[in-house]
Design a protein around this ligand. Sequence first.
Ligand SMILES: *Cc1c(COP(=O)(O)O)cnc(C)c1O
Length: 409
Amino acid sequence: MDPSRDSTRFIEIGRHVDTPVAIANVPVHRASTVLFDTLEQAETAGRASAAGRPHATSYGTTGTPSTLALTDALAAIEGAGHACRAALMPSGLSAIATLMLALLESGDHLLVPDSVYGPTRAFCDGLLARMGVAVSYYQPTADVTELEAALRPSTRMIYLESPGSYTFELQDVPAICAWARARGLLTVIDNAWASPVFARPFDWGVDASVLPLTKYWSGHSDVLMGAVVIREALWPRLWSAVRQTGVCVGGDDAFLVLRGLRTADVRMRRHQANALEVAHWLASRPEVRRVLYPALPSHPQHALWQRDFSGASGLFSFELNPDTTGGAKPGFNVATAALCEGRRYFGMGYSWGGFESLIMPARLDGVRSVQPWTGGALIRVHIGLESAADLIADLAEGFEALHKVSERA
Ligand SMILES: *Cc1c(COP(=O)(O)O)cnc(C)c1O
């Protein structure tokens, strides 16, 4: 089969647009191949990107202008005031896994809070355990004395997540980091909840922070991505793991996260204002036993939140009062379905951090080993950017539906 006369031109045409126009955003660069003019350039770029030097790339996996713009932004915001670098992974969970593979080795012991994000626990108990890393779980509110008692000679890392998933316990991260540093232990935090706007974990003293960019950083429920931001001294270990596992992201997704980031500050302040209004209303309802939201004075560690965070995001839980809800039980059942299904503004889904509101009953059986959940039905809500009055009316209808099924029961 003869190639068409134009086959060479198909490859050649339309590749060299040197636009004289300045545009506000970094364009989307889609790239596997990076081209060089000379062999010397290729060699130098290869060496520099293998060493993880800033902005060095030799192939799409090591960076494009789109992904480098994003890693610059993340290191500058999350690591503000500290010498940090950032690397991108295709999801938040992938960032957690890559970071642990980078910093831990066979024979190491790792301490993880009991309220850790469920899939992180599955990775720790699964692949990580199989690789010979011993994992134990600690009470999320454990102080340094309790953590000290859990140490083994092989303990290498203290994993942190504050507030914890679903139950929103806060950790005294600065105290834990100071204590860990004095013992030569690494500290790593999952900083999903607070967003770039409300928390600065490097000021608290962490060695690395995991950012599920899928959530507030991108903010529009249309992209999956994660990042690790890490102190310069640990960067070579992380970069080596990134190179060996080949984790990377595409330019289109990097563009979406950068676009989300531009409005993170205004979005977060609206999430917070709406969430406070809805949380106060929930706390006043007879159907609700308590609201688990660090920004409410009723939260057991409200003082820690006031000290360490500059705001609260739109994610929190509330526990139903069994006495006023026909004995509603935790998990997926007729009562929690009545409350959550068919809401007008609250969708049901496992994610959060987008512009829209979500509701989901928590299922904690099997994901808590230190302190099993013994309370009533726990419902997690993500408060979006809608009007708080509409969200409250929607939840009020949910409570009415719940009363109807509990009367029937
Ligand atoms: C969603 C989430 C992640 C993982 O992010 P993905 O991009 O969905 O993999 C990690 N940690 C916490 C606390 C989360 O809520």
